[in-house]
Structure formats: C-alpha cells, structure tokens
Design a protein around this ligand. Sequence first.
Ligand code: HEM
Length: 331
Amino acid sequence: MKLFPAATTLAALAVALIPAHAQTSVAEAQVNALEGLFGQHEGLRRAHARGLCASGYFIGNTVGRALSSASVFSGDKIPVIARFSVGGGHPKISDKSRTVRGLALQFSLPKGEQWLTANISAPVYFISKPAQFAPFMAARLPDPATGKPDLVNLKLFSELNPETLRQGAYLAKAPVPASYAAANYWSANAFEFISAKGQRQFVRWQFVPEGGPLGLTDEQLKSLPNEFLADELRARVAKAPVVFDYKVQLAEAGDAVTDPTLAWPDARVVVPAGKLYIDKVEAAEGGACDKLTFNPLVLPKGIKPSADPVLLARPAPYGVSLGRRLGEAAK
Ligand code: HEM
C-alpha cells in the first residue's frame, strides 16, 4: 500500500486549495483534466463527445405559464435543436456504458430570445463545487503500471469528497437506457421561475419519456453492439415523433438549491409544464449542433439561475471546449 498519493493526485488536490483568482483558469484546468482522462479528440466536445443532433419543437402549457413568464410556455410551437449524448469525453465510448446520457436543447424563442439547457440521465451531478471537477477526473486516471485507477488515490479523494460518490451510486443501480428516447433527463442544477406576477419558485426540471424509461436487459447488454443508440433513435423518429413530458419539481423551504449532488425529497410536487417533440434526427454526427455549446446560463426572461456554484461555473469550460474544438475543425 502506498503511504502517499501519487503526484498527479496531489497536484490535482492542490488545485482545489488555490483561490480561483490565483489560477490561470479553473475552466482551462477542468477541460485539461477531461483531456487527461479521455484523450484529446480533435474537433469534438471534451465532455459528452459521443452524440447526435436532432430537432423538433416544444409546446408549453398553462401550468408552465402560471409558474414562469418565459415565452417558451406560451403554448405556441417553439423550434428546438436537440443533442443526445453519452457522458464522458471519448467519442467511442460504448452505448452500453453506465455513464449518464445527455439531452441538450436550444429553444429559439420569439424576438431573438434563446434558452439553452443541457440535462443528464441522473437526478444528481457528481460534484458540489467547481474546484472538485479536475481532481475528480485526476483521481480516475489509470496508473501506468496497472492500466487501472490507483485505488488508494481514488479512496483518498472520495473520503475527502464523499458527495462525489452520489451520482455513481445512482448509476450503478439504474438500468442502462435502451434508447436515447427512453431515458429520463434531469437538470440536476436548480433554477428559479419568475411568474408574470413576480412570484418566485425554485425548481428542477426533468424531460420524462412519454412511454416511460426503458432499460437494457442483461441479455441485451450481452448481445447488442457497442453502437446502437443513434440508429435506434433514427428508426424510432422515422415512424413517429419522440415525445418527452417536461416536468417541473417544486422546491420547498430548506431544499438544497445550491448543491446538485443532493436530490430533493420524492414527496416534492412535480407538475407537467409542456411537451418536447423530436421529429428529425441527423443522418450522421455533427449537423447544426457542431457550432453550438449549450451554455446553461443562456436563459429566457422568466427563468433565472440559482446560486448553485456548479451551475454558475459551467459557461467558462463550455466556452473553452467550444474554442478548442472549433479551432481544430477549422484547421
Ligand atoms: C463545473 C461543472 C461542469 C463542467 C466543468 C462541465 C464541462 C463540460 C464540457 C467541457 C462540455 C463540452 C462543451 C462543448 O464542447 O460544447 C460539457 C458538455 C455537457 N455537459 Fe457539462 N460540465 C459541468 C457541469 C454539468 C452539469 C451540472 C450537467 C448536467 C446537469 C452537465 C451536462 C452536460 C451535457 C449534457 C453536455 C453535452 C452537451 C452537448 O450535447 O453539447 N454538465 N460539459
């Protein structure tokens, strides 16, 4: 057994101790950590590298309109670009892996307004503080001697940051999604809805597949190829639009609005506020999504960010990743 953690982990843990203003860039360190763990794949996203672009529309309902003045709930057909993805920064990650699936959306609202959101197939995220992101990745780096993460380092990091195990614990028990269209996608971060009357309500939202979530059986896990999600979605959408219920969970006093590793109690009221329809899927990877990054702080009037530090930290690394991949694609 090693008495001291490897230098990589110490360096990574040290990042967490340096005040943000003294670091060249926390965001650069986060994206470097993703590249360190998953490799640098030219022209591709440094997280959720594997995915495909689709499009459709959203229709809000009266419940949404009562909760928020955002024009997305007007009841009109709002054009949407969607990107489905598999978590992790490797473009060849297996579609059967126990990582999160992603659903990112761009809503094009009247008068040039936009709403961007990127959601995951777990109710919670894996860090509660942005400074944990790079060390979380570093702790999972394979030891060159064994090709596996150094368990002593991983244990040390996990003991110091126990909340970073909550998402993994959820995914270990959850079935692996059988389809991009049959996974539940959560915001994990909290937001605040502001009604036309000025009433404020902290919320977390979910996109719930209309036919319910569907997981792979053990038999399917053995027999399916590593790549099936994209073709499966194309085949479904060729027959009929894929529909998700957009549901909003309403926070009560005392619920954690600044910690995305903590789910709110199941007893919280969840209301349907609209429906998302996906009626077109790109024939190949890329398409309209290539030049987009789904910065979750691009919000319409009527939806505000919470003070969750993880939410507030997201735009910077998304910009770094976008800059790197567009720079490479332009070469
Ligand atoms: C500090 C925390 C986070 C960091 C450093 C981070 C980093 C990144 C980066 C670098 C990308 C690629 C962006 C691009 O190239 O366009 C990305 C994409 C993504 N992230 Fe995050 N992220 C964080 C938090 C979150 C949270 C809390 C969620 C969900 C609740 C999330 C969900 C996603 C999804 C779904 C994508 C793929 C979006 C797409 O398809 O373009 N991330 N993230």
